[in-house]
Design a protein around this ligand. Structure first.
Ligand code: 5GP
Length: 179
Protein backbone atom coordinates (compact mmCIF):
# COMPACT_ATOMS: atom_id res chain seq x y z
CA UNK A 1 0.00 0.00 0.00
CA UNK A 2 1.39 3.37 -1.00
CA UNK A 3 0.65 6.94 -0.02
CA UNK A 4 -2.12 8.51 -2.15
CA UNK A 5 -2.67 12.13 -3.10
CA UNK A 6 -6.29 13.33 -3.39
CA UNK A 7 -6.69 16.97 -4.40
CA UNK A 8 -4.35 18.88 -2.05
CA UNK A 9 -4.08 16.23 0.70
CA UNK A 10 -1.77 13.21 1.17
CA UNK A 11 -3.19 10.05 2.73
CA UNK A 12 -1.19 7.16 4.17
CA UNK A 13 -2.18 3.48 4.51
CA UNK A 14 -4.20 2.88 7.68
CA UNK A 15 -6.37 -0.29 7.47
CA UNK A 16 -5.60 -2.99 4.91
CA UNK A 17 -8.13 -4.64 2.61
CA UNK A 18 -7.44 -7.98 4.37
CA UNK A 19 -8.19 -6.50 7.80
CA UNK A 20 -11.41 -4.95 6.49
CA UNK A 21 -12.51 -8.25 4.99
CA UNK A 22 -11.95 -10.07 8.28
CA UNK A 23 -14.05 -7.51 10.17
CA UNK A 24 -16.84 -7.62 7.57
CA UNK A 25 -17.00 -11.42 7.81
CA UNK A 26 -17.21 -11.26 11.62
CA UNK A 27 -20.04 -8.70 11.47
CA UNK A 28 -21.91 -10.75 8.84
CA UNK A 29 -21.70 -13.88 11.02
CA UNK A 30 -23.03 -12.02 14.07
CA UNK A 31 -25.90 -10.40 12.17
CA UNK A 32 -26.79 -13.71 10.50
CA UNK A 33 -27.03 -15.41 13.90
CA UNK A 34 -29.03 -12.60 15.55
CA UNK A 35 -31.53 -12.06 12.70
CA UNK A 36 -32.27 -15.64 11.67
CA UNK A 37 -35.94 -15.84 10.63
CA UNK A 38 -36.47 -12.07 10.87
CA UNK A 39 -35.83 -10.99 7.23
CA UNK A 40 -34.27 -7.65 8.29
CA UNK A 41 -34.18 -4.52 6.15
CA UNK A 42 -30.66 -3.18 5.78
CA UNK A 43 -30.94 0.56 5.29
CA UNK A 44 -27.75 1.70 3.60
CA UNK A 45 -26.64 5.30 4.13
CA UNK A 46 -25.29 6.61 0.83
CA UNK A 47 -22.92 7.55 -0.49
CA UNK A 48 -20.14 6.25 1.72
CA UNK A 49 -21.61 2.92 2.90
CA UNK A 50 -22.11 1.46 -0.58
CA UNK A 51 -18.88 -0.59 -0.58
CA UNK A 52 -19.26 -1.85 3.00
CA UNK A 53 -22.92 -2.75 2.40
CA UNK A 54 -22.13 -4.58 -0.84
CA UNK A 55 -19.47 -6.70 0.89
CA UNK A 56 -21.51 -7.23 4.08
CA UNK A 57 -24.67 -8.54 2.36
CA UNK A 58 -22.66 -10.90 0.18
CA UNK A 59 -21.04 -12.42 3.29
CA UNK A 60 -24.45 -12.81 4.98
CA UNK A 61 -26.54 -15.89 4.30
CA UNK A 62 -30.00 -15.08 5.76
CA UNK A 63 -32.78 -13.60 3.59
CA UNK A 64 -32.75 -9.81 3.81
CA UNK A 65 -34.08 -6.69 2.14
CA UNK A 66 -32.06 -3.66 1.12
CA UNK A 67 -33.06 -0.04 0.91
CA UNK A 68 -31.09 3.19 0.66
CA UNK A 69 -31.03 6.69 2.03
CA UNK A 70 -28.80 9.53 0.96
CA UNK A 71 -27.63 11.92 3.66
CA UNK A 72 -24.64 14.19 4.05
CA UNK A 73 -23.23 16.43 6.73
CA UNK A 74 -19.60 16.64 5.65
CA UNK A 75 -17.95 19.43 3.73
CA UNK A 76 -14.33 18.60 2.84
CA UNK A 77 -12.77 17.02 5.93
CA UNK A 78 -15.07 18.47 8.63
CA UNK A 79 -18.62 17.67 9.79
CA UNK A 80 -20.91 20.67 9.35
CA UNK A 81 -23.51 19.25 11.76
CA UNK A 82 -26.09 20.44 9.21
CA UNK A 83 -27.90 17.45 7.70
CA UNK A 84 -28.83 17.37 4.03
CA UNK A 85 -31.48 14.79 3.08
CA UNK A 86 -31.39 13.93 -0.57
CA UNK A 87 -33.81 11.01 -0.68
CA UNK A 88 -35.50 8.52 1.58
CA UNK A 89 -36.17 4.80 1.71
CA UNK A 90 -39.00 3.32 -0.38
CA UNK A 91 -40.04 0.41 1.87
CA UNK A 92 -42.45 0.74 4.78
CA UNK A 93 -40.43 0.23 7.96
CA UNK A 94 -43.45 -0.43 10.15
CA UNK A 95 -42.96 -3.65 12.18
CA UNK A 96 -39.73 -4.37 10.31
CA UNK A 97 -36.36 -5.21 11.84
CA UNK A 98 -34.13 -2.43 10.55
CA UNK A 99 -30.33 -2.40 10.49
CA UNK A 100 -28.81 0.93 9.54
CA UNK A 101 -25.62 0.37 7.54
CA UNK A 102 -23.15 3.22 7.93
CA UNK A 103 -19.57 3.52 6.71
CA UNK A 104 -18.35 5.51 9.71
CA UNK A 105 -19.90 7.00 12.82
CA UNK A 106 -18.10 10.18 13.86
CA UNK A 107 -20.09 12.63 16.05
CA UNK A 108 -23.21 10.47 15.57
CA UNK A 109 -25.33 13.40 14.31
CA UNK A 110 -26.13 11.67 11.00
CA UNK A 111 -27.07 8.44 12.73
CA UNK A 112 -29.30 10.09 15.32
CA UNK A 113 -31.06 12.15 12.74
CA UNK A 114 -31.86 8.88 11.00
CA UNK A 115 -32.79 7.02 14.20
CA UNK A 116 -35.39 9.69 14.97
CA UNK A 117 -36.91 9.28 11.51
CA UNK A 118 -36.98 5.49 11.78
CA UNK A 119 -38.46 5.48 15.27
CA UNK A 120 -41.28 7.66 13.96
CA UNK A 121 -42.08 4.86 11.46
CA UNK A 122 -42.65 2.29 14.26
CA UNK A 123 -40.07 -0.26 13.19
CA UNK A 124 -40.05 -3.49 15.27
CA UNK A 125 -36.36 -2.94 16.08
CA UNK A 126 -33.48 -0.77 14.95
CA UNK A 127 -29.75 -1.49 15.26
CA UNK A 128 -26.64 -0.04 13.67
CA UNK A 129 -23.91 -1.74 11.64
CA UNK A 130 -20.90 0.44 10.91
CA UNK A 131 -17.47 -0.44 9.63
CA UNK A 132 -15.67 2.32 11.56
CA UNK A 133 -16.40 4.41 14.61
CA UNK A 134 -14.60 7.31 16.26
CA UNK A 135 -15.32 6.86 20.00
CA UNK A 136 -13.61 10.16 20.95
CA UNK A 137 -15.95 12.11 18.67
CA UNK A 138 -19.21 10.20 19.35
CA UNK A 139 -21.67 12.39 21.25
CA UNK A 140 -24.63 10.06 21.99
CA UNK A 141 -25.35 7.26 24.50
CA UNK A 142 -26.92 4.89 21.91
CA UNK A 143 -24.72 1.78 21.58
CA UNK A 144 -23.51 0.80 18.11
CA UNK A 145 -24.29 -2.93 18.21
CA UNK A 146 -22.40 -4.05 15.10
CA UNK A 147 -19.38 -1.74 15.03
CA UNK A 148 -16.29 -2.93 13.17
CA UNK A 149 -13.12 -0.99 13.97
CA UNK A 150 -12.63 1.87 16.45
CA UNK A 151 -10.30 4.55 15.13
CA UNK A 152 -8.89 7.76 16.60
CA UNK A 153 -10.26 11.14 15.64
CA UNK A 154 -8.63 11.36 12.23
CA UNK A 155 -9.96 11.87 8.71
CA UNK A 156 -9.95 8.70 6.60
CA UNK A 157 -10.74 7.84 2.98
CA UNK A 158 -11.17 4.70 0.88
CA UNK A 159 -13.54 1.72 0.88
CA UNK A 160 -16.46 4.03 0.03
CA UNK A 161 -15.28 7.10 1.96
CA UNK A 162 -14.25 10.17 -0.01
CA UNK A 163 -12.39 13.42 0.29
CA UNK A 164 -14.31 15.96 -1.81
CA UNK A 165 -15.47 13.26 -4.22
CA UNK A 166 -12.21 11.30 -4.58
CA UNK A 167 -11.00 8.10 -2.93
CA UNK A 168 -14.20 6.06 -2.69
CA UNK A 169 -12.77 3.43 -5.04
CA UNK A 170 -9.69 2.61 -2.92
CA UNK A 171 -9.91 -0.97 -1.60
CA UNK A 172 -8.26 -0.12 1.74
CA UNK A 173 -8.57 2.74 4.22
CA UNK A 174 -6.09 5.60 4.27
CA UNK A 175 -5.63 8.31 6.93
CA UNK A 176 -4.87 11.98 6.36
CA UNK A 177 -1.11 12.31 6.72
CA UNK A 178 -1.06 15.22 9.18
CA UNK A 179 -3.81 13.84 11.52
P1 5GP B 1 -21.30 12.16 11.89
O1 5GP B 1 -22.66 12.70 11.60
O2 5GP B 1 -21.31 10.89 12.73
O3 5GP B 1 -20.38 13.20 12.48
O4 5GP B 1 -20.62 11.82 10.52
C1 5GP B 1 -21.03 10.73 9.79
C2 5GP B 1 -20.77 10.89 8.31
O5 5GP B 1 -19.71 11.83 8.05
C3 5GP B 1 -20.30 9.59 7.75
O6 5GP B 1 -21.38 8.84 7.26
C4 5GP B 1 -19.34 10.02 6.64
O7 5GP B 1 -20.08 10.24 5.47
C5 5GP B 1 -18.79 11.32 7.15
N1 5GP B 1 -17.49 11.13 7.82
C6 5GP B 1 -17.25 11.10 9.15
N2 5GP B 1 -15.95 10.89 9.41
C7 5GP B 1 -15.35 10.77 8.21
C8 5GP B 1 -14.00 10.52 7.80
O8 5GP B 1 -13.06 10.36 8.59
N3 5GP B 1 -13.79 10.45 6.46
C9 5GP B 1 -14.78 10.62 5.53
N4 5GP B 1 -14.45 10.53 4.25
N5 5GP B 1 -16.07 10.85 5.89
C10 5GP B 1 -16.34 10.92 7.20
Amino acid sequence: MNEVQLHDVSFVPFISAQQIEQVVVELALRIDADYKGLNPILLVVLNGAFVFAADLVRKMTIPLQLDFIRLSSYDGTASTGQMKEHFFWKSSLKDQHVIIVEDIVDTGHTLHHLLNKINAEHAASVEVACLLKKPEAYQYPTPLKYAGISIPNKFVVGYGLDYNGLGRDLDAIYGKKED
